[in-house]
Write a new protein. Structure first.
Length: 77
């Protein structure tokens, strides 16, 4: 079976991410707010997917979830 896993959740293309890894992000109220919102989105997405997969495989869901956090973090000033 061929793996569909990407090289890195922070860098889908294998290149360097635009932002530092989440473990090296500053601990600020804005970062905490964004991560908390992402966590709520992930919880809802997984629970909804379990009931109605909408044509997404588990691997597709993982890609959506892991790609969302860096994308949201990139919106911070």
């Amino acid at each position: 079976m061929r793996s569909t896993r990407r090289p890195s959740a922070l860098s889908p293309t294998g290149s360097s991410p635009r932002r530092p890894a989440p473990s090296s992000l500053p601990d600020t109220p804005a970062v905490r707010l964004v991560i908390h919102a992402w966590q709520a989105m992930v919880e809802d997405l997984v629970l909804t997917w379990c009931a109605h997969p909408a044509g997404l495989t588990r691997e597709d869901l993982v890609v959506v979830i892991t790609s969302a956090l860096p994308a949201i973090i990139d919106t911070l000033p």
